[in-house]
Design a protein around this ligand. Structure first.
Ligand code: NAP
Length: 384
């Protein structure tokens, strides 16, 4: 039996993780759950999975949860950043699945690693903003098991012998809903269109990231930290069918690809059951029914990808700025305060204002994050 702490349990990845847990009831027991503000769903999850501890975003939500769960006297209810860290380092947990949103996943990821837990990491922003700190906090081999489907694919392809001959990592991208849209039409894109992903059902933030291709940009930085490779060893290919989850190219020219259904429960199940492979019931792939096509990305149409490459090249504090400006831009776009095409414009302008710092500690990361958010909000007020 493996004991799990699931952070971000009310989100797209969190809910799919609980489906996997429910399927492998004899292998997993949930001991901690963390959500943001969706108290009613968290309450249902608590009643079904009976964790010992739960955490929400703030005191008010903790109070609402407490009042709704009077019968569960043994449940400890926490709130805020400290509460998530306590869930991440909960003594009974073996695996901590981090599927919170944005930079909120960084502190719990560090807390889990420091407490010697295995981390099933969906939250790519933790590595984007705090990759150097996460790297230092790792205590054992395979302590981080990637949940992002592309990185799970590469993790599975990169066995020890292949690592010695790795020429390149090729991250595939679906291209999102607009990869064929005329660039002049992109300014009219609505939030409803942007979050309607052609292949994956995901949370709103990552769906917009997929539409701007910033998601692939964040994944480049995630791959650099996870697999210890330079930017020159990472390539992106648009693959609209989302069947090939990623590839590696070896020195002799051989390419190894990872294929599977476009279903996150596959990568979640792999991370939770690692090193065993247990099958979660999914419709098998029928390769005779699908052409597999690949295209180079169009950097002009998707400037967010260029910005992510630039920030990865600069490194240090710049990815923190990229991430914070992007988080603010997406929130504003979803509230219809800015246009789809303003997202890269905002990020570019905020990145230009930043003088990069090479080495960052946790306090510096959160100071830069806060300052960047303020600047981004000012930009929105001034230019929209
Ligand atoms: N969805 C996918 O297919 C997918 C694939 C690969 C990687 N990822 C990564 O996984 C992470 C989660 O994605 P998602 O699509 O599952 O997002 P989502 O559906 O928006 O869910 C986010 C979860 O985090 C919680 N949350 C939001 N803000 C929070 C905060 N400030 N503090 C604590 N908890 C907070 C939410 O709580 P409430 O809803 O209760 O407020 C929810 O439980 C992201 O980093 C994403 O890039 C997702």
């Amino acid at each position: 039996m493996k004991y799990l702490s699931i952070l971000g349990s009310t989100g797209s990845i969190g809910k799919q993780t609980l489906e996997v847990v429910n399927h492998f009831k004899d292998r997993f027991k949930v001991v901690a759950l963390g959500a943001g503000q969706n108290v009613s769903l968290l309450k249902q999850q608590i009643i079904k999975f009976k964790p010992e501890i739960a955490c929400v975003l703030d005191k008010k939500n903790a109070q609402i949860l407490k009042e709704g769960l009077t019968a569960l006297n043994n449940l400890k209810i926490l709130y805020g950043p400290e509460g998530y860290e306590i869930c991440a380092s909960y003594p009974k947990a073996d695996i901590v699945l981090v599927a919170m949103l944005g930079i909120s996943g960084l502190r719990p990821t560090l807390a889990a690693l420091e407490a010697n837990k295995t981390v099933a990491l969906a939250n790519k922003e933790a590595l984007v903003t705090g990759g150097s700190l996460i790297k230092k906090a790792i205590k054992k081999k395979n302590q981080i098991l990637p949940v992002d489907s592309e990185h799970s694919a590469i993790f599975q392809l990169l066995c020890e012998e292949n690592k010695n001959y790795l020429k390149r990592i090729i991250l595939t991208a679906s291209g999102g809903p607009f990869w064929e849209t005329d660039p002049s039409d992109l300014s009219n894109v609505t939030p409803e269109q942007a979050i309607k992903h052609p292949r994956w059902a995901m949370g709103a933030k990552i769906s917009v990231d997929s539409a701007t291709l910033m998601n692939k940009g964040l994944e480049i930085i995630e791959a650099m930290w996870l697999f210890e490779v330079g930017l020159d060893k990472i390539k992106i290919l648009i693959h609209p069918q989302s069947i090939v989850h990623s590839l590696i190219e070896l020195e002799d020219g051989v390419m190894l690809a990872h294929l599977g259904p476009a279903d996150m429960r596959l990568a979640i199940s792999y991370a939770l059951n690692y090193p065993q492979r247990l099958s979660f019931p999914l419709k098998p792939l029928d390769l005779t029914k699908m052409p597999l096509t690949f295209f180079p990305p169009d950097f002009k149409r998707f400037p967010c990808l260029t910005l992510a490459f630039e920030s990865a090249k600069i490194g240090g504090s710049m990815p923190v700025v990229l991430n914070a400006a992007n988080e603010v831009a997406i929130k504003a776009f979803l509230k219809k305060q800015i246009k789809f095409t303003d997202i890269p414009l905002l990020i570019e302008n905020i990145m230009k204002l930043h003088t990069p710092i090479k080495e960052v500690d946790l306090e510096t990361i959160f100071t830069i994050d806060r300052q960047t958010r303020e600047k981004a909000k000012e930009w929105i007020k001034k230019y929209t």
